[in-house]
Design a protein around this ligand. Structure first.
Ligand SMILES: [Zn+2]
Length: 461
């Protein structure tokens, strides 16, 4: 017999075949016509979990029969041992050749060390890396010294409505010492990274109106505060020239960027700058000058105007004085900011600066989400770092992500510690055409999860 690392290497080819088998199932959760495919994949995963030696596995149906969860457990380490909960999602975004794919989106194609297929990175890579790691651990002589729970969601790409309710109703089913959320991307193929912060979000719609209906600008122009102009005046007063949000109270609770944050984030700055140049490619970087790029992107809150609408935008000229205009605004939030309070500050400020010549209506968009800050010095993070270093041969760097992974917040309610372990790449085109992974990332991911299970089992996690 062998150890789990050797087992994984010996079975690499079969693992790749199984990964491709799962990729062929069109688990598109947003499209009701694929509900059967999603259900078939959940059953496929349940059988897989039993086959690899987990004690029990079941498919949990969700309301309306859509997008079930697949849940597996192995409790062979005994009651005194810690428990790891592994979360991944097996549903995917829609994909059609017409979107610009060079290959059939649901037929895995291997070319130059990369595998192309919808779901290849987001997130069947994580589902299969982790299941194959668990298989390797359970197949070896030295059984894991941790109990393992696996939860595979089928509804992540369409709002995760049901999993939160399931966790709230059955917290004991997912209770664990460490929750490992396996989704997302590392910085570069040869540079693993650990995310220790995620931003939260809140937002509103701002409606401005003045006259009862559109008017002739020749007849009435000069006597009415144009709602588009008034809206722009309000929006222009929400930031100063430095890019700092001018809303009183907005920064009151914001967790300061510590010297430790600065030291960690300086290390990812070159990677993020390169990514910015490649993806954003605007004439120059903008934003709060006292913060470095990774801080602006992950450790500082923002107020963003997402859309603005009003008046006539068709062909030719129409001398209209529009009756109304509106904008959509969202704020990315950082630790210690309460979404409701941040939103209240923004709304009160707009009310204060709105001129009396117009009417203003504000509609909050529900629900907001709090930011997450994980313990960068905690034992789970140390175990994750050791796992990456082992699998990649390079120590990971630490970053704070600009977006949210809503399940993180739910997992924090049922697990003592949470880590996010990603094996994909941003350049892997998740959600877009020609989604792909480096096969090496799949194999490294398996080795990394095995190591993580090992380290936590040895009591170092
Ligand atoms: Zn996705």
């Amino acid at each position: 017999m062998s150890n789990p690392y050797q087992y994984a290497k010996r079975n690499q080819e079969r693992f790749l075949d199984e990964y491709q088998e799962l990729l062929r199932i069109r688990t598109i959760s947003t499209q009701p016509q694929h509900a059967e495919d999603v259900a078939r994949a959940a059953e496929w995963l349940r059988e897989m979990m039993l086959r690899i030696g987990m004690d029990s596995a079941e498919v949990i149906l969700m309301p309306a029969g859509r997008c079930p969860l697949a849940l597996g457990e192995w409790n062979g380490a005994g009651e005194a041992a810690p428990t790891i909960l592994i979360y991944c999602h097996y549903d995917v975004q829609p994909a059609e050749v017409a979107d610009g794919w060079d290959t059939e989106p649901f037929e895995p194609t291997i070319k130059d060390g990369r595998l192309y297929c919808r779901g290849a990175v987001d997130s069947k890579l994580h589902v299969m890396s982790n299941l194959k790691a668990v298989e390797s651990c359970l197949a070896s002589d030295d059984k894991p010294k941790v109990n393992i729970k696996v939860v595979l969601e089928g509804e992540e790409e369409s709002g995760s409505e049901n999993i939160n309710a399931f966790i709230a109703a059955h917290p004991e089913r997912l209770a664990a010492d460490i929750a490992m959320i396996s989704d997302g991307a590392i910085l570069a193929p040869d540079q693993p990274s650990l995310t220790y912060g995620l931003r939260g979000i809140t937002g509103l719609e701002l409606h401005v109106s003045a006259p009862v209906s559109d008017l002739h600008s020749g007849h009435w122009g000069g006597s009415v505060h144009n709602p588009i102009q008034a809206l722009c005046e309000i929006l222009a007063r929400l930031h100063d020239e430095n890019g700092t949000v001018t809303v009183p109270g907005f920064y009151d609770d914001v967790a300061a960027v510590t010297p430790q944050d600065r030291a960690l984030l300086e290390k990812v700055e070159p990677f993020m700058q390169a990514e910015w140049d490649d993806v954003v490619s605007a004439p120059s970087v903008w934003g709060e000058s006292e913060y470095i790029l990774p801080e602006r992107l992950g450790a500082r809150p923002t107020l963003e105007i997402n859309g603005i609408h009003g008046g006539y935008t068709g062909a030719g000229m129409k001398t209209v004085l529009p009756a109304r205009a509106f904008a959509k605004i969202t704020c990315r939030l950082v630790p210690h900011q309460d979404p409701a309070r941040a939103l209240r500050c923004v709304m009160e400020h707009i009310k204060r600066i709105a001129p009396s010549s117009i009417s203003v209506e504000m509609r909050p968009s529900e629900p907001g989400a709090e930011a997450v800050l994980l313990d960068v010095d905690g034992p789970a993070m140390a175990a994750a770092a050791e796992a990456y270093t082992f699998a990649w041969g390079v120590e990971p760097v630490y970053e704070r992500a600009g977006g949210s992974v809503p399940i993180t917040f739910e997992c924090m309610k049922v697990a003592k510690e949470v880590v996010i372990m990603s094996y994909g790449l941003k350049s892997g085109r998740a959600h877009g055409p020609n989604e792909n992974i480096y096969l090496q990332n799949f194999y490294n991911g398996i080795q990394s999860t095995i190591k993580f299970i090992d380290v936590v089992g040895e009591g170092r996690g």
